[in-house]
Design a binder for this molecule. Structure first.
Ligand code: IPE
Ligand code: IPE
Ligand code: MG
Length: 231
């Protein structure tokens, strides 16, 4: 079978908490292991020639977790961005952040802006990190921008340009780990024709091999976009 490399892969990285719990460890340990896995999968995506990757890192609903967990997640993110940004640049990765910006600590926000700026010429892979991201919130923010700018006409294409993922095509493949079969308010507009792949593997256990399995499954899918395929 020839492997079809999707242009854009989105991932709901789920199961960090369960991974930690099953080992009698605090949930945050699962998040740290999950971050290492994310780093490796992103590197692998570059090797495979994938051009866009979007990782669900923190949802608009994740604020409802205990404060210690929320704080620890943002601290992990801050540490990771500082210690890994050079490596990301060397891999030719352009980093973009999608999601709300009004509830994020201003030091982290300026680090995010700096990384977007410093990586904007990189061409190998666009890495969209979804932080304080919700699909409904994305759509509502887009509508508010439209109301402000009052463009003459809105069609699907112009509407998409007001959404956070305006620099990437719609995802071809969505992977969700840890057995849950739901979208959890991820990219609602952009997933309209995305192929969905679910695996029971918990994110901290997710390997390059598991990623390849998802790509093989994707390669066998017949994407019809509403049409009739000539067999
Ligand atoms: C995903 O793992 C990471 C985030 C949502 C930040 P979870 O923390 O949701 O792990 P489970 O679902 O509790 O196992
Ligand atoms: C989705 O996972 C959010 C991220 C992976 C960042 P959740 O674990 O928050 O989703 P639910 O609560 O199980 O739907
Ligand atoms: Mg979860």
């Amino acid at each position: 079978m020839t492997l079809k490399i999707p242009e854009h892969v989105a991932i709901i990285m789920d199961g960090n908490g369960r991974w930690a719990k099953s080992r009698g460890l605090p949930r945050i340990v699962g998040h740290y292991k999950g971050a290492e896995v994310a780093e490796d999968i992103v590197e692998y995506a570059v090797e495979l020639g994938i051009k866009h990757m979007t990782l669900f890192t923190f949802s608009t609903e994740n604020w409802n977790r205990p404060r210690e967990e929320v704080n620890a997640l943002f601290e992990l993110l801050r540490q990771y961005l500082i210690s890994k940004k050079r490596k990301l640049y060397e891999l030719g990765i352009r980093v973009r952040f999608i999601g709300r910006k009004d509830r994020i600590n201003k030091h982290l926000l300026s680090l995010m802006k700096e990384i977007e700026e410093e990586s904007k010429e990189n061409k190998n892979l666009v890495l969209n990190l979804a932080i304080d991201y919700g699909g409904r919130d994305d759509i509502v923010r887009a509508i508010n921008k439209i109301i402000k700018e009052q463009p003459n006409k809105i069609d699907e294409e112009t509407f998409s340009q007001y959404l956070d993922l305006s620099c990437s095509p719609d995802p071809d493949l969505l992977i969700r780990t840890a057995g849950e079969k739901r979208i959890s308010n991820f990219l609602l507009w952009n997933l309209a024709y995305t192929e969905l792949y679910f695996t029971d593997t918990l994110w901290p256990d997710f390997s390059r091999e598991d990623f390849l399995k998802a790509l093989e499954d994707f390669s066998r899918r017949k994407r019809k976009f509403g049409r009739v395929l000539d067999e």
